[in-house]
Write a protein that binds this ligand. Structure first.
Ligand code: AP5
Length: 220
């Protein structure tokens, strides 16, 4: 089962992809997480990506395509993968399709998660993540017991730099201009499964699992 999770910033792609990954044992591949780790490690790629990420812009296609190709060729992706936040432009989608063809793989479904803009802004501004284990919380919708510490490992909770108000708006603009066209692109290929991202996290996960099961019957 080879899946793509598509949606605007804050739609719940990471939250839902992690739940599905835990349930199915298939790895979640988040280009955002890989890029943030590279920024923290100050690797050459991280240094290059940082200015784009800090301003809310997309990182150049050739950088993320390279990341995706390297990650998808690792052995744990033989049983499947859940791409979270990649592809994000039509050019990335075309590169992905070429790389999967070389690997003899196909996409089972593209899960597109829709949430209205007011709620996205609320979700992004309330998001906190653990700097040690990466667990994501929301101060109102999924609050930790202590707002400074992770329930799971006690790590310190922080707000992502790109979750500040000014950057948030730019990320939403980037999504509208460069990523939203992928909805039509994948719909045209008969791969799109549209899911409402409003409601409880558990209910949305049930809908996603149903959609994935249906798509597996159509594209075994
Ligand atoms: P990335 O990390 O991928 O960020 P994003 O796509 O903007 O998505 P988010 O992580 O903000 O949101 P999400 O949809 O995962 O929501 P979450 O589950 O956390 O990318 C960051 C940057 O890296 C980009 O801006 C770009 O610069 C670069 N980048 C990455 N990939 C790239 C690519 N392919 N090409 C070019 N550049 C790339 O949920 C959000 C909050 O809401 C959480 O607090 C959560 O607890 C809460 N929540 C979740 N579900 C619900 C619910 N149902 N009800 C209430 N609250 C909920």
């Amino acid at each position: 089962m080879n899946l793509i999770f598509l949606g605007p910033p804050g739609a719940g792609k990471g939250t839902q992809a992690k739940l599905l990954s835990n349930f199915s044992g298939i790895p979640q591949i988040s280009t955002g997480d890989i890029l943030r780790a590279a920024v923290r490690d100050e690797s050459p790629m991280g240094v290059r990506a940082k200015s784009y990420m800090d301003s809310g812009a997309l990182v150049p296609d050739e950088v993320v395509v390279g990341i995706a190709e390297e990650r998808l060729s690792q052995g744990d992706c033989d049983k499947g993968f859940i791409l979270d936040g990649f592809p994000r432009t039509v050019a990335q989608a075309e590169s992905l399709s070429e790389m999967l063809e070389r690997m003899g793989k196909t996409i089972t479904a593209v899960i597109s998660i829709a949430v209205d803009e007011e709620e996205l802004l609320e979700r992004i501004s309330g998001r906190r993540a653990c700097e040690k284990c990466g667990k994501v919380y929301h101060l109102v919708y999924e609050p930790p017991k202590d707002i400074t510490k992770c329930d799971l490992c006690g790590g310190i909770l922080y707000q992502r730099d790109d979750d500040k108000k000014e950057t948030m708006r730019k990320r939403l603009d980037e999504y509208r201009q460069k990523t939203a066209p992928l909805i039509e692109y994948y719909s045209g290929k008969g791969l799109l499964e549209e899911i409402s991202g409003t409601g409880s996290i558990e209910k949305i996960q049930v809908q996603i699992r149903r959609a994935v099961e249906g798509a597996r019957c159509d594209n075994p």
